[in-house]
Design a binder for this molecule. Structure first.
Ligand SMILES: [Zn+2]
Length: 118
């Protein structure tokens, strides 16, 4: 469980202290969050090889799809909005969560390939 909390806080999987990202990025300026190459605390290398984060796109896709389905169920079935409103809300949510998804997907990807034995 602590692993999940560390991942949500974008902390290094190795020492659980260092931050993975330098800055959060800026949604309205379309700034992508910047990453540290290595953990500032324990020097664990986040990008294991060139193109390592290519796979994080699939994690990001899964996160976005799950969020869209969740919003569809909430706004369509429970709040009973019109299809156009539901569509606009889903687009808004996908946009608002894009930076969050970017960070979380990379963090999840790093955690997936990290093992505690070194
Ligand atoms: Zn570390």
């Amino acid at each position: 469980m602590s692993k999940v909390i560390n991942a949500l806080n974008c902390k290094c999987p190795n020492c659980k202290k260092g931050k993975i990202f330098i800055k959060g990025g800026h949604l309205l300026l379309f700034k992508i969050p910047k990453m540290h190459n290595r953990c500032p605390e324990c020097h664990y290398k986040f990008e294991r090889e060139t193109g390592f984060f290519f796979g994080a796109m699939f994690v990001s896709y899964a996160l976005a799809a799950a969020q869209m389905i969740a919003s569809l169920v909430i706004f369509w079935y429970f709040i009973d909005l019109s299809p156009l409103n539901v569509y606009l809300i889903i687009c808004g949510i996908a946009f608002l969560l894009s930076t969050f998804n970017f960070k979380l997907s990379r963090t999840i990807w790093i955690y997936m390939f990290h093992s505690d034995k070194h």
